[in-house]
Design a protein around this ligand. Structure first.
Ligand SMILES: NC(=O)c1ccc[n+]([C@@H]2O[C@H](COP(=O)([O-])OP(=O)(O)OC[C@H]3O[C@@H](n4cnc5c(N)ncnc54)[C@H](O)[C@@H]3O)[C@@H](O)[C@H]2O)c1
Ligand SMILES: [Zn+2]
Ligand SMILES: [Zn+2]
Length: 390
């Protein structure tokens, strides 16, 4: 089959690779009909995540049709159309029982990414995401093996186009979890750092949950303009506004700051040349630029919600400011399984339309070009979807 594989920093190729096969009785083989490139894939693409091997198949946002089922699979049958969460969860361990599927302690055969690990098990395996997370082949391919198929695949009702439901695999639940964790309710004011797909899904979710003012920070004017026109955000371009946090505070009641801040950027945040140098020298593993501005923008007693991926340590983290303001932090990979059914209902009811962010549709064979365009933010790229078989 054809699949998008890694060959080094900024070198991904669509290669011929062996077809996947059933390995466990509760596996299925899925024929992929649509798959997307995620900002998380860009961290891999830029060679920033350890233990990614040459030939690894990427892709954790995908859906398709069940082609083959293992002997113990009862939840789905051949021919079913399903969306697959990017997190692989067993459904029955301690954490799965708490609806914390991204913390599933049984699926990841890798080490996990935590530095000060002690004896705790790693978090859940992820599709197409480094051997730290199990080295499970991903879905930017014609076919993919899906483990834990009595738990992971979610059936999609007929008549809903792939584009409408594909983002249930990751970015819609991720944006929703970010907004939910930010405590957004009717009338909340919030700032979202990052106007990429996750930031946009967080804005859509914040609107859905009743937010009043939504500030959005990025330096790609076309992304900010899209968010303004679709979600009514107040855009702030950090190439033009010197002190973004100050500009936000000036627009809140009593100069108190916003109720919550969402960091949809993560460890490759731009804007601090010191941290860029330190991370290149590997003295620092993350840039704290977006996170520091979150802390500065939020009011006392507010919440910082972090869907953006972080790795390792941050030196410039103003923990004292967070303490002084009495802040709450919520973060982590998304518990997709717990959120997906509710979000599917909202799509069916036409209350959420995640597909509007798609800007590029390419055949799988052009996936490498899709990575390049998305990484370079060329051609006003917001989100790329790939169609195997076209
Ligand atoms: N928690 C999860 O389960 C989960 C799931 C999906 C993605 N993610 C993570 O979410 C993050 C965003 O993903 P995406 O698909 O939107 O990626 P993306 O790369 O398309 O978007 C990131 C945006 O942040 C902007 N940015 C960079 N530095 C900034 C700064 N200092 N302030 C404000 N904006 C800044 C960039 O210009 C870009 O538009 C990534 O770190 C990704 O790995 C996490
Ligand atoms: Zn993703
Ligand atoms: Zn589990």
């Amino acid at each position: 089959m054809r699949a998008l594989t890694y060959h080094g920093s900024k070198d991904v190729r669509v290669d011929n690779v062996p077809d996947p096969s059933i390995q466990e009785p509760d596996d299925i083989i899925l024929r992929v009909t649509a798959t997307a490139i995620c900002g998380s894939d860009l961290h891999l693409y830029r060679g920033k995540i350890p233990q990614v091997k040459h030939g690894d198949i990427f892709g954790h946002e995908f859906m398709g049709v069940v082609e083959e089922t293992g002997s113990a699979v009862t939840a789905v049958s051949k021919g079913d159309r399903v969306v697959i969460p990017f997190v692989i969860a067993c459904g029955s361990c301690f954490f799965c029982s708490l609806n914390l599927h991204a913390a599933c302690e049984t699926t990841n055969t890798g080490r996990g990414a935590i530095l000060n690990k002690k004896q705790i098990p790693p978090s859940a395996a992820l599709f197409g995401y480094s051997h730290l997370y199990g080295g499970v082949p991903g879905g930017q391919a014609e076919y993919v093996r899906v483990p834990k198929a009595n738990v992971g695949p979610f059936k999609i009702p007929d008549g809903l186009d792939d584009e409408k439901v594909l983002f249930l695999s990751d970015i819609l639940p991720t944006g929703y979890q970010a907004a939910f964790n930010a405590g957004i309710t009717l009338g909340s004011n919030v700032v979202i750092f990052g106007a990429g797909p996750v930031g946009l899904m967080a804005a859509a979710s914040a609107r859905f949950l009743g937010a009043d003012k939504i500030f959005m920070v990025d330096h790609h004017a076309y992304r900010l303009e899209f968010a303004r026109s679709q979600y009514g955000v107040i855009p702030l371009n950090f190439d033009e506004v010197d002190d973004v946090a100050e500009a936000i505070i000036e627009q809140t009641n009593g100069f108190r700051g916003v109720d919550a801040a969402i960091d949809a950027v993560g460890f490759e945040a731009k804007g601090s040349s010191v941290e860029t140098v330190l991370t290149t020298l590997k003295i620092e593993t993350s840039s704290g630029h977006a996170l520091r501005q979150c802390i500065a923008s939020v009011r006392r007693g507010g919440i910082i919600s972090v869907p953006g991926v972080y790795a390792g340590f941050l030196h410039g983290f103003l923990f004292g400011d967070a303490f002084d303001k009495g802040l709450t932090f919520k973060m982590g990979q998304t518990h997709v399984h717990a959120l997906l059914p509710h979000l599917l209902e909202q799509i069916i009811a036409d209350k959420l339309r995640p597909e509007i962010i798609i800007s590029h549709r390419l055949p799988l064979n052009e996936a490498a070009e899709g990575y390049r365009i998305f990484n370079e933010k060329e051609d006003a790229c917001r989100k790329v979807i790939l169609r195997p078989g076209i």
